[in-house]
Ligand binder design. Structure first.
Ligand code: PHB
Length: 391
C-alpha cells in the first residue's frame, strides 16, 4: 500500500500512470480543495471554504447522478505544501478536480501536475494573467489583476490625476498590477514618479509610504493581495498621507470586504476598480450576502465569489457532461459557460479558459455606519487585457 506521505518521485511516477484514468469511485466526483486555512493568506481560505460550503448547502451534494465530495487541505500559505497536497490528492485520493489556490505561486506549482495527471485545476483565487496558460486543464473563476489595473488607470487619467507613485507587492501579481497600470496610465500622458515594490511576507509599508509622500504625487496606486489591506491602510493613516491630499487608488484588493469593516474612516474616499463588492446592487448578491452572513457572521469578499462560482461551474459542467468527470469532458463543457454570479454576469472565455466579467469603479463610503465599496461605474464583459493583447 502506498504510504500517506508519498515522496515527490513516487508521486510523479504515479501521476504518469494515472494519466489515462479518472476517479476510481465511479459514482463520486472528488474535488481536492487546497487553500490556506492558516498563515498569511488564511482569510482567503476562510472565505473560499465558507462559500463552497454555502453553495453545497444550497444546491445539495448530488449532480447528474454523481455524489460530490470535497476534500479540504490546508496549504498553510506555503506553495510547496500545495504541490505536495495536490500530488497526494491526485495519487492517493484520485480526485477529478483540484481547486482553490490562494496565491499565484500555489496555482503555478500545481499546473504541471494537472497536465500530467489530466485533472482539472480550478483557480478560485490567484490573479496573475499567465496562470491559465500553464496547463490546458486550468480554468479560472477569480479574476486577473490586469482586468482591474487598466480600468483604474483610465479612471485616474480622466480624473485629474497626473503624477502617481505605484506601490505593489514584490511577486507575480504585483508585477502584473504595476505593468498594466503603468502602460495604460502613460498612454494617457500620465507620469509615474516612483515604482515601489514591497516584500510579500510580513510587509512594513511605513518607509515606502514616506518615500512615496516625499515625491508629492497626486495619487498613490496600490496593489496588495487580499489580507494585507488593513496593515497598509493603518500605516497610510499613521503617516498622515490621508490628510496630505494624496489620493489613494488601486485594484480593489486593498479595500477587501473581509477587512474593510475594521479599516476606519481613513479608508473613506479610496477609489478602486474590481469585480466584486459586498454592496453590489443586485437581487442575486443581496441573497448571497444575506445567506453568507447568516452562516458565517462575517462579510463575503471577492475571494468568496471565486469559490462560490467555482462550485457553480463544476455543477453546471457535470450537468452538461451527464456526469462524465474526465478533464477533457469537463474543460470542454466549462468553455463558454455563462451565468449570473453575485458579482454580476460572468463567462468562461472559450479561447483562454479565463473569466470574462464586469469591472466596477467603486469608492469607499459609509452606509448605515459601515464601510463599503460603493460601485458607481460599470465596464461590461472585460477580458484579461494581457492575453487579449497577445492575439
Ligand atoms: C495572487 O497571488 O495571485 C493574488 C492573491 C491575492 C490577491 C490578488 C492576487 O488579492
Amino acid at each position: 500500500m502506498m504510504s500517506k506521505y508519498v515522496t515527490g518521485a513516487v508521486a510523479a511516477l504515479a501521476l504518469g500512470a494515472l494519466a489515462t484514468g479518472g476517479a476510481y469511485a465511479q459514482g463520486t466526483v472528488k474535488i481536492g480543495l487546497i487553500v490556506s486555512m492558516t498563515g498569511q493568506q488564511a482569510s482567503t481560505g476562510k472565505q473560499i471554504k465558507a462559500a463552497v460550503d454555502l453553495y453545497m448547502k444550497q444546491h445539495g451534494d448530488t449532480v447528474a447522478g454523481k455524489k460530490i465530495e470535497v476534500i479540504l487541505r490546508d496549504s498553510g500559505s506555503v506553495p510547496d505544501h500545495t504541490k505536495r497536497l495536490a500530488q497526494e490528492l491526485i495519487v492517493n485520493d484520485h480526485v477529478n478536480i483540484i481547486a482553490g489556490f490562494e496565491i499565484t505561486p500555489a496555482a503555478l506549482v500545481a499546473a504541471p501536475l494537472a497536465t500530467k495527471a489530466k485533472v482539472v485545476e480550478l483557480v478560485m483565487a490567484a490573479g496573475t494573467s499567465i496562470i491559465t496558460e500553464k496547463s490546458p486543464y486550468i480554468v479560472r473563476t477569480s479574476f486577473t489583476v490586469p482586468q482591474s489595473a487598466v480600468i483604474i488607470a483610465d479612471w485616474a487619467a480622466q480624473n485629474k490625476i497626473k503624477k502617481v507613485v505605484t506601490i505593489v507587492s514584490d511577486y507575480a501579481p504585483g508585477y502584473d498590477a504595476e505593468k498594466s497600470f503603468t502602460e495604460r496610465f502613460k498612454s494617457h500622458g500620465g507620469q509615474i514618479l516612483q515604482a515601489i515594490r514591497v516584500p510579500l511576507a510580513n510587509p512594513d509599508f511605513a518607509p515606502f509610504l514616506q518615500r512615496a509622500a516625499d515625491a508629492k504625487p497626486d495619487a498613490i496606486y496600490i496593489f496588495v493581495p487580499s489580507g494585507q489591506g488593513g496593515t497598509f491602510m493603518k500605516q497610510f493613516t499613521e503617516r498622515g498621507l490621508d490628510k496630505a491630499g494624496i489620493k489613494l487608488i488601486g485594484t480593489g484588493d486593498v479595500t477587501d470586504d473581509d477587512l474593510l469593516p475594521g479599516m476606519g474612516d481613513a479608508a473613506i474616499g479610496t477609489v478602486t476598480a474590481h469585480m466584486y463588492s459586498a454592496d453590489h446592487q443586485s437581487a442575486a448578491n443581496k441573497a448571497y450576502v444575506a445567506a453568507f452572513e447568516k452562516a458565517n457572521h462575517f462579510r463575503p469578499n471577492f475571494m468568496s465569489v471565486g469559490g462560490y462560482d467555482g462550485m457553480h461551474l463544476i455543477y453546471a459542467a457535470l450537468k452538461k457532461t451527464k456526469g462524465k468527470a474526465d478533464a477533457e469532458s469537463l474543460i470542454a463543457a466549462m468553455k463558454g459557460m455563462k451565468w449570473e454570479s453575485p458579482r454580476g454576469p460572468i463567462e468562461i472565455d472559450p479561447q483562454t479558459r479565463d473569466i470574462i466579467q464586469n469591472i466596477y469603479i467603486r469608492k469607499v463610503e459609509k452606509k448605515d455606519g459601515q464601510l463599503y465599496n460603493v460601485e458607481f461605474e460599470t465596464f461590461k464583459a472585460v477580458k484579461d487585457p494581457v492575453k487579449a493583447a497577445k492575439k
